[in-house]
Design a protein around this ligand. Structure first.
Ligand code: AKG
Ligand code: FE2
Length: 334
């Protein structure tokens, strides 16, 4: 980094402001539609079909910003096991979970994320796993047997898939094929990719008139989102629909993973790849009113990695500074 700290933080603040202004206008209900297609890209025979898959991913990401992947290599039984552990974790008493409090992007929080779009707390609890920060944050084996091993192995599978997808984007951006894999190195202390377990409260435990997750774009490069059948509510607003605030509902399907580009890759791609708004709305009367669980894996470049696009549209910024400014805008205390 050649800039003085002062110039650097002024630019950081300017960019943060721009992102937040966009987000602040997105809190309304808007219009709902099922009409827009969210493409599902088949990843089978990945190594042999890589350039064709890369073309399909690029088109879906550029044109819509969201896509789903099928035949992605993570076994359904592993996904189900990760969800079962997630339910077990959130069933622990609050006093137990409170021993593992959220700091930066690891640990447990409860109704503490206030989105700039809604300015109200998301009606959820979450527990985030970020490898280098976990030592004081794992429940003991006696509290939750096999939790740590199961979730770490799932995290690793998510990382592998995330890196596969990012290698396709690297090729299309003119970076070396393994560029993003090197930037998301799980063996270093600077690793900051995160597996987030989410539990949205059943209607009776939620405050009325609030969002399960207010409209937002993700901070990361790429998000992989796993949903449970029958637990809907995720809605996306592809860039084209931003002005009209037309929201497309994504029907949860167990065998596909819903993916979206985050702000970090948008910046890294000089805005060629858009990060788009999404949210989780509360159930409407007549819909399933029970709890909703989801799992999200956020590919976030290691702290010391410099984010600079192929055309250098924006000044270089470290992934650490980039992420920190977005976390601060969302959580008061961390
Ligand atoms: O739970 C979901 O379906 C979405 C979660 C999400 O968008 C997030 O945590 O960033
Ligand atoms: Fe998100």
């Amino acid at each position: 980094m050649t800039q003085s700290p002062q110039t650097q933080s002024a630019q950081t603040a300017g960019y943060a402001l721009q992102e937040l202004e966009k987000e602040a206008g997105m809190g309304a209900m808007g219009e709902e539609t099922f009409a827009r297609e969210v493409r599902c890209i088949d990843l089978s025979d990945f190594e042999n079909r890589k350039s064709e898959i890369a073309d399909e991913l690029w088109r879906a990401a550029v044109e819509i910003g969201f896509f789903q992947v099928s035949h992605h290599g993570i076994a359904l039984s592993d996904i189900r096991q990760a969800f079962s552990m997630t339910e077990d974790f959130f069933s622990l008493p609050d006093e137990v979970k409170a021993q593992y409090p959220l700091a930066r992007n690891a640990g447990w929080e409860n109704k503490s994320q206030v989105r700039p779009s809604t300015k109200t707390p998301d009606q959820k609890e979450s527990y985030q796993i970020t490898r280098p920060l976990m030592a004081p944050l794992w429940p003991g084996e006696e509290e939750l047997p096999a939790f740590k091993d199961t979730m770490l192995s799932f995290e690793s599978q998510c990382w592998q898939l995330g890196m596969k997808l990012l290698s396709c984007f690297a090729m299309k951006l003119g970076f070396p094929e393994h560029f993003f894999e090197q930037a998301h190195n799980p063996d270093q202390q600077t690793y900051q990719s995160t597996l987030r377990m989410l539990h949205y409260y059943a209607t009776e435990q939620s405050e009325q008139g609030m969002w399960r997750a207010g409209a937002h774009t993700d901070f990361d490069c790429l998000t992989l989102l796993f949903q449970r059948p029958g637990q809907g509510g995720l809605q996306v607003c592809p860039g084209k629909d931003l002005e009209s605030q037309r929201w497309t509902s994504i029907e949860p399907r167990e065998e596909v993973i819903t993916c979206n580009i985050g702000d970090m890759l948008m910046r890294w791609s000089d805005d060629q790849l858009p990060s788009n708004f999404h949210r989780v709305r509360s159930p409407l009367p007549g819909e399933y009113q029970g709890a909703r669980y989801s799992l999200a894996f956020f590919c976030q470049a290691n702290k010391d990695v410099e984010i600079l696009g192929p055309q250098a549209k924006y000044p270089a910024i470290s992934a650490e500074d980039y992420l920190q400014q977005r976390i601060q805008a969302n959580f008061a205390k961390v």
